[in-house]
Design a binder for this molecule. Structure first.
Ligand SMILES: Nc1nc2c(ncn2[C@@H]2O[C@H](COP(=O)(O)OP(=O)(O)O)[C@@H](O)[C@H]2O)c(=O)[nH]1
Ligand SMILES: [Mg+2]
Length: 326
């Protein structure tokens, strides 16, 4: 499960968004964390095909860091996998584009400070050690990028450099999802990138506690068809460069996250380490093909199940049945 840190200027609506998310999910240990289901309509379909007893969605954890970008807050954000940047876009004085520019500058400075202290320590370690020298070189390259006021994410650093830098958890190397917190029924401000998501956090927090029909009705009154919350969750999940594979059967229909590009044994390992260790092969059928066939057994009879080995790269929406022996 991945962690998404909610970042923003005070009063942007971070805690309101978090409240909306929390009412959807369960509290994840600490009071400022919420574990949220990733919406996936395919699960309901699969559970009906296979008469599964339960449905288990993939999950993502949101963290509302108290105090925001304080030294302590920054340390917490460094440990997250992605940032959800909330921009106040309600109220007459709202200037979300400026808020974004200011936040970008803050995040950049935070990275610059940590890379600078990293460079000093690496300089001492670098003497006589090849590994230390590579670390120093990566940090110096990062320093150059940040000094030019560029985000590390945009710098085309090679994988070896990125690996070194990941140890420092740089905020400008993480994927970001931009959320414009708009007035009820408001649209995405034009000054923001078109990839940003418009949501009214206050409204979503209000409907999060209601039953589905009631919520849909209230949202429809503001011209909102899909709850913004699901779009935010889906966007955060997508930006992490994860794909979803599925398993289905009588017990459960379930969504699993795995790194894009992962081979079948790694995907099996997401389910259980025994399945990775003892991986033999996997039966695979794409979600659409499975639905078209009507059931797993029907897909099998129709010859739609493929048998794939250790070198198979798992695709989005693959339904897997892993054969293993330990
Ligand atoms: N009108 C309006 N007010 C909001 C919205 N979201 C948050 N607020 C209000 O803005 C204030 C700050 O929100 P909060 O979530 O505490 O911001 P934070 O400092 O980023 O955590 C609160 O009084 C909220 O009720 C919204 O979508 N519309
Ligand atoms: Mg707050």
């Amino acid at each position: 499960m991945k962690d998404v840190g909610i970042v923003g200027t005070p009063y942007a609506g971070k805690s309101t968004l978090f409240t909306a998310l929390t009412q959807h999910g369960s509290s994840g240990g600490r009071s400022n964390q919420a574990v949220v289901d990733v919406p996936d309509p395919r699960l309901k379909v699969l559970s009906e095909l296979e008469r599964s007893k339960k449905v288990v969605p993939a999950k993502v954890r949101f963290v509302d860091v108290p105090g925001g970008l304080t030294a302590q807050g920054i340390a917490e954000y460094r440990q997250t996998d992605a940032l959800c940047i909330v921009l106040r876009s309600f109220g007459a004085d709202a200037d979300p584009a400026k808020e974004l520019a200011d936040l970008e500058a803050d995040l950049l400075l935070a990275d610059l400070a940590s890379v600078e202290s990293g460079v000093e320590k690496a300089r001492k370690r670098a003497r006589g050690s090849q590994e230390g020298a590579a670390e120093l070189a990566a940090l110096e390259r990062a320093h150059e990028v940040l000094n030019e006021e560029r985000l590390l994410r945009d710098a085309n650093l090679d994988e070896a450099d990125r690996k070194v830098l990941r140890g420092f958890g740089p905020l400008t190397m993480k994927p970001w999802v931009l959320v414009a917190n708009v007035e009820e029924g408001g649209e995405l401000p034009q000054a923001l990138p078109s990839t940003a998501i418009a949501i009214s956090a206050a409204l979503e927090a209000e409907v999060a506690g209601m039953d589905e029909g009631e919520a849909a009705e209230l949202l429809a009154g503001f011209g909102i068809e899909e709850p913004g919350l699901s779009r935010v969750i889906a966007a955060c999940y997508q930006t992490l460069d994860l794909i979803t594979f599925l398993t289905t059967g009588e017990d459960e229909s379930r969504a699993w996250e795995v790194r894009r590009g992962a081979k079948a044994p790694e995907a099996a390992g997401a389910i259980h380490s025994d399945l990775e260790r003892g991986f033999i092969r996997s039966e695979v059928v794409g979600y659409e093909d499975l639905v078209e066939a009507g059931s797993w057994d029907a897909a099998k009879t129709q010859g739609k199940l493929r048998v794939e080995g250790k070198d198979y790269t798992v695709a989005e929406g693959d339904v897997l049945n892993i054969r293993f022996a330990v």
